[in-house]
Design a protein around this ligand. Sequence first.
Ligand code: FAD
Ligand code: DHB
Length: 391
Amino acid sequence: MRTTVGIIGAGPAGLLLARLLHNAGIGSVVLESRDRAYVERRQRAGILEQGTVDVLRAAGAGARMDREGLPHEGIELRFDRRRHRVDFPALTAGRSVMVYAQTEVCKDLIALQTEQGGPLLFEAEALAVEDADGDRPRVRFRHEGREDVLECDYVAGCDGFWGVSRSAVPADRSQIFERTYPFGWLGVLADVPPSHDELVYARHERGFALLSMRSTSVSRLYLQVPDGTDAGDWRDEEIWAELERRFETADGWRLERGPITQKSVTPMRSFVHEPMRHGRLFLAGDAAHIVPPTGAKGLNLAVGDVVTLARALAHERRTGSADLLDAYSETCLRRVWQAERFSYDMTTLLHRHPDATPFEDRLQLARLARITTSRAAETDLAEAYTGFRLD
Ligand code: FAD
Ligand code: DHB
C-alpha cells in the first residue's frame, strides 16, 4: 500500500489531519488499532476552544456541532463555599468556548472521512515506523490477521500517549520533560440535567471537583481521587455525597442527582517530547505531549498541531519549500508549553496535594482571591482558557 501521508491513529488529531489534507488535495491513509464503535464511544474531552470551533467549521465538520453544541461564555470558580463567575467575552474581546464532546467530534470526522476521504482502516495496528529519517518512511501494521506495509512520503504519528510512533525517534535525539501527580480524576456520566448552566471548578479541602456536561440532559462530573484509585471502589451513592460536599455553597445551591451510566479514573500527567519531528515523521497530539485535564487543553492542542502540520504540507506541495515543515516542531512547542503552563497552574490552583502544608493551603486561597479581585489576573485565566491563537 502506498500514500502521501500515512496517519497512525484515528483520535481527534489523526481524523482532523486526514480531513484537512483531503481539503488540500493531499492523499492519506489512516490506520487505527481499535474498532469504530470503541473510538466513537471513548469518553474524554468536552470543551472546544474558540480556535478549535473555527477550524472544525472551516474544515466542513462543524454543522452538527453548531446545531447541538452548547456555546459557553464563562465558568464558575468555587472555593470557601463562595462562587465567582469568569466572563470570557468581557475579558477577551468576545472569545468563548463550546461544549461538544470529543466522541461527537470523532463521529462527525469519521463520517466525513468514510464518505469523502481516503482509506480509514479500523483494527489496523501500527507495529513500527521504519526509516523515519530516510526518503521513503514505512509503517508496518497488522490488519485482518495479516502484516502489511504502508509506504509514505510522510508519517504523522497521531497515536496518542501509548502509541508506537514516538519510539521511532532515537533516544539520543529526544528529550522528555515530565511530571506526575499523586491524584487522578474519577469521572462519571449521569443522566440528569446539569445543575448549573456553566462549568463549575471547585476547590475544596477534601479535593477538587468539576461539574461539566455533555448536553442539556447529561451531566459530566469529576472528583479528585488518590492516585491508583479503582472506579469500582466508589458506589454511586458515595460519589454523589462527595460531589455534594465539594460543591456546597453558602447560598444553598443544590446538586441534582440521576442515574450514573459510566465511571472511570483518569491519571494525571504533564509530558512533553522534544522535538516533535524526526526526519519525515511528525508527532501530533497526545503522542507528543500530555497535559493534566484541568483547563481542558489536550484535544485543543492536538487540533493546533495538525492545523500546523496540514498547513506545512500544503505549503510544501504548493511551493516546493520545506520551510514550514522544518519549523513544525518549534512552532508547535511554543503553543504546547503555554498550555503546559496553564494546565499545571490550574491543576495546582484547584487540587488538594496530599502533602500540602497549611502555608500552601493559604497560598492556594490567595491565588484564587487574586483571580477574583484583579481584572488582570482574571483576564490571564480567560485568555488561556478560551485559547491562544494559532500562529
Ligand atoms: P487519542 O485521542 O489518544 O487518539 C489516538 C488514537 O490512536 C486512538 O484512537 C488509539 O486507539 C490509536 N492508536 C494507538 N496506538 C495505535 C497503533 N499502534 N496503531 C494504530 N492506532 C493506534 N482535552 C480537551 O481539550 N478538553 C477537555 O475537556 C478534555 N477533557 C479530558 C477529560 C479526560 C477524562 C481525558 C482522559 C482527557 C481529556 N482531554 C481533554 C484530553 C483529550 O482527550 C486528548 O488530549 C485527545 O484525545 C488527544 O487526541 P489524539 O488524537 O492526540 O490522541
Ligand atoms: C471537561 C474536562 C476538562 O478537563 C475540563 O477542564 C472541563 C470539562 C469535560 O470532560 O467535560
